[in-house]
Design a protein. Structure first.
Length: 202
C-alpha cells in the first residue's frame, strides 16, 4: 500500500473509531454535541464517513474523549520513521512539527482552542511569520490589535510584546514559521497589497 492509500485508509477509519469510542463510553450524540459545541448532524456525518475529519473537529473530540489526537486519528507511520510529524500539545495548543532539522527556520501547524482567547503578551529573541488556515486569528503586537482571516499572514520581530489566539470563540488553525536567531522568510515574489499585515519591526 503506497503512502496516499495509507493516508486515505487512516481517514476512512476515523469515523468508525469515533463511534466506537463514543458508544464504548456510553455517551449520546446529544451529550457529545453539548460537550464539544459541534452539532449532532455534523457528529453523525463524521462518524458515518460522510464528513471529512479536520483538526478543527477532531481537537474538541479528542479533548472530550480524553484521548491523544494522534490516537484518535490512528495516523499511519509513513515515510522515514525517524521524522514522523506527530501532534503534540504545548501550553494547551495542538502543534504538528513540519520541519526536523536543528537550527534555522522552524515550521509547524498549530490549532488553538477557543478558550485561549486572553491576551498574555510575551517577548523573546527571534522572528515569526504566521499564516491563517481556518478560523479568525487575533494578533496583539505592541500597539497593534489585529484580526486576520483565512489566507492572511503577518510577520514580526518577537522582541516586541506579542500574543495571538482565537478572535471569535472558535478554534483557529495556523501555520507558523519561526527563526530563533531572527531569520526571516525570504519572499521572492508577493502580492501588491498585504492586508492585515502589521508593520515589520527590527
Amino acid at each position: 500500500m503506497d503512502e496516499q492509500s495509507q493516508i486515505a485508509a487512516a481517514l476512512a477509519g476515523v469515523g468508525p473509531r469515533l463511534r466506537r469510542i463514543r458508544t464504548g463510553r456510553g455517551v449520546t450524540l446529544g451529550a457529545l454535541a453539548e460537550a464539544t459545541g459541534i452539532s449532532k448532524s455534523t457528529l453523525s456525518r463524521l462518524e458515518s464517513g460522510l464528513r471529512r475529519p479536520s483538526l478543527e473537529l477532531l481537537l474538541p473530540l479528542a479533548q472530550a474523549h480524553q484521548v491523544p489526537l494522534d490516537e484518535l486519528v490512528g495516523a499511519p507511520e509513513v515515510g522515514d520513521p525517524r521524522v514522523r510529524p506527530r501532534p503534540r500539545v504545548r501550553n494547551g495548543r495542538t502543534v504538528i512539527p513540519l520541519s526536523h532539522r536543528p537550527g534555522g527556520l522552524q515550521a509547524w501547524k498549530s490549532v488553538i482552542p477557543p478558550e485561549q482567547d486572553r491576551p498574555e503578551p510575551v517577548t523573546h529573541e527571534g522572528y515569526e511569520w504566521l499564516y491563517v488556515l481556518s478560523g479568525r486569528l487575533r494578533l496583539v503586537l505592541a500597539d497593534h490589535d489585529l484580526v486576520l482571516g483565512p489566507g492572511e499572514a503577518a510577520e514580526f520581530d518577537t522582541r516586541l510584546p506579542h500574543w495571538f489566539g482565537p478572535a471569535d470563540g472558535s478554534p483557529v488553525e495556523i501555520l507558523n514559521l519561526f527563526g530563533p536567531q531572527g531569520e526571516r522568510v525570504h519572499v521572492r515574489a508577493g502580492p501588491g497589497t498585504r492586508r492585515g499585515r502589521p508593520p515589520s519591526a527590527g
